[in-house]
Design a binder for this molecule. Structure first.
Ligand code: ZN
Length: 504
């Protein structure tokens, strides 16, 4: 028995990655449980368990042995090469930031989260400002350690979207800013205000769970490899390709849970579409936040808010909720696509959504470079809302205190939402070119060809390619906002009876 059982360096590395993956998923299950089921009394112990497991996973990740294995491992296949690329990139980033800073950030952000919740509740920005100040100082330090050529934002945003830069985001927003502001203005000038009051009510929660589950199943979310529960802030998480968890919530607007479920199911189907043989390795799962969001938005907006979708499902909805007035398809479609400048990002419609993102993007860039001081953020924020959306928040609760991201030290994350919106239309254009009219399929509830196309071109590649490579492979070009702008302009010109500017 000479040497035949001696693992190669690559095998040792993979075994180590499997250990890290196990710790990571233990934390994942605990997080999921905390948000869905844990009694209040479990909070303190859970925080302790999670922070210890996170530290063990971090220590194992940046240990000398892991670094040595990643350094010395030699790929035996293209998949190994892709795996090594991901691992080395992650390790390079993880080791650049001193552990003292990692520790301070994790301590401060768990504290900051509590402070933020309190400050938002009391509409008291001043009490949160010093912590926010420190979080942005930490972001500046992180950027310095990670390194950048042009702008500190580049170092941070690359953590969320590989290859992204401030220049790239600027170009993206410059392309969509004016057309969106103009489209919102044209919609407002039309004076058309679709009625959506009929969606409000005290809807039965059991019936909502049943209906949203039916829809998730219909579009192709596999309940043998996933489930749906409720959580105050809906999300999707997974612990393996065979175990993907959706969450939804039931508000007094009937369609809120429906579009929430379709959104999370989009994330979930992407995760379920990774190859089984890559499970529990860094090759598995969605490649980036932007590409992930493109999938949730595809199922939520392009499919879920389409006329074809409700042509198929409005009769079912009426049967499931007998208190729903007998509105026609036209009225229903206009209601669920109503455009309305509002204060809250997460409730924003498809047209105004990116304007909310722009406010945050510009704010975090300016806070990072200290072009604006934290104490001046409320005025800065309100002025941007006036400029882009024509409304001014009456308080900071529904103004600059509304998002969780900065309290968690996440700077550079927001633009990926807009990238997802843009990319969803770009991918959809390719899908349409290959499949013919996908809305004809949707009207018949036949989603398999659509899901099949997305699996074939996007999901099955997991994280094998970089986001840039994947986008190029699928669309033949880089990120391009034209399909998105043309798509929503044509859609809303139709819905609001505006003069047409896009030849269809
Ligand atoms: Zn999402």
């Amino acid at each position: 028995m000479l040497g035949s059982t001696m693992p190669t360096t690559l095998e040792s590395l993979k075994a180590r990655l499997a250990d890290i993956d196990a710790l990571h998923n233990a934390v994942g299950v605990m997080d999921w449980d905390q948000q869905c089921y844990m009694p209040q009394g479990g909070g303190e112990a859970r925080a302790e368990h999670v922070s210890r497991l996170s530290r063990m996973s971090h220590d194992l990740t940046v240990s000398d042995e892991t670094l040595r294995l990643a350094d010395e491992a030699r790929p035996e296949s293209d998949e190994d090469a892709a795996l090594l690329r991901i691992v080395r990139r992650d390790l390079e980033k993880a080791t650049k930031i001193p552990s003292s800073l990692v520790e301070e950030k994790s301590r401060l952000s768990s504290l900051a989260h509590e402070q933020w919740v309190r400050a938002r509740k009391a509409d008291d920005f001043a009490s949160f400002a010093p912590t926010l100040e420190r979080l942005f100082e930490i972001a500046r330090e992180e950027a310095r350690h990670l390194g950048y050529t042009d702008h500190p934002y580049d170092a941070l945003t690359d953590l969320y979207e590989e290859g992204a830069t401030k220049n790239g985001w600027d170009a993206m927003f410059d392309t969509i800013r004016q057309p969106l502001v103009e489209l919102v203005a044209r919609i407002k000038e039309s004076g058309v205000e679709p009625d959506r009051s009929f969606l409000h009510g005290d809807w039965d929660k059991g019936a909502q769970m049943e209906f949203t589950t039916m829809l998730a199943k219909a579009v192709g979310f596999d309940f043998d490899r996933g489930r749906q529960d409720t959580a105050p802030h809906p999300f999707c998480t997974n612990f393996s390709v065979g175990d993907v968890r959706l969450t939804t919530r039931f508000l007094d607007e009937l369609t809120s849970a429906i579009f929430g479920t379709l959104h999370e199911a989009g994330h979930g189907m992407y995760e379920q579409g990774s190859p089984m043989e890559w499970d529990r390795t860094p090759l598995s799962g969605g490649v980036s936040l932007g590409v992930h969001e493109s999938q949730s938005r595809t199922w939520e907006n392009i499919v879920g808010r389409s006329r074809a979708f409700w042509q198929r499902y409005l009769p079912d909805l009426k049967r499931a909720f007998p208190a729903l007035p007998d509105v026609d398809l036209d009225t229903f479609i206009k209601a669920v696509n109503r455009v309305e400048p509002s204060l809250i990002r997460v409730e924003a419609d498809e047209v105004t959504y990116n304007l909310h993102i722009m406010v945050r993007y510009e704010a975090e860039c300016d806070l990072l470079t200290e072009a604006v001081r934290v104490r001046d953020l409320p005025e800065y924020w309100n002025e941007k809302y006036r400029q882009y959306l024509g409304i001014v928040p009456p308080d900071n609760r529904d103004g600059c205190l509304q998002d969780v991201h900065w309290s968690g030290g996440m700077v550079g994350y927001f633009p990926t939402y807009s990238m997802g919106n843009i990319l969803s239309y770009q991918f959809w254009g390719r899908l349409t070119a290959d499949l013919g009219d996908p809305f004809d399929l949707i009207a018949h509830g036949d989603f398999a060809p659509i899901l099949g196309w997305l699996r074939e071109h996007i999901y099955r590649h997991g994280s094998y390619f970089t986001p840039e490579e994947l986008i190029k492979r699928v669309t033949g070009e880089g990120l391009n906002a034209k399909p998105y702008l043309d798509g929503i302009t044509a859609k809303y010109e139709g819905l609001y009876g505006l003069r047409q500017t896009v030849a269809s």
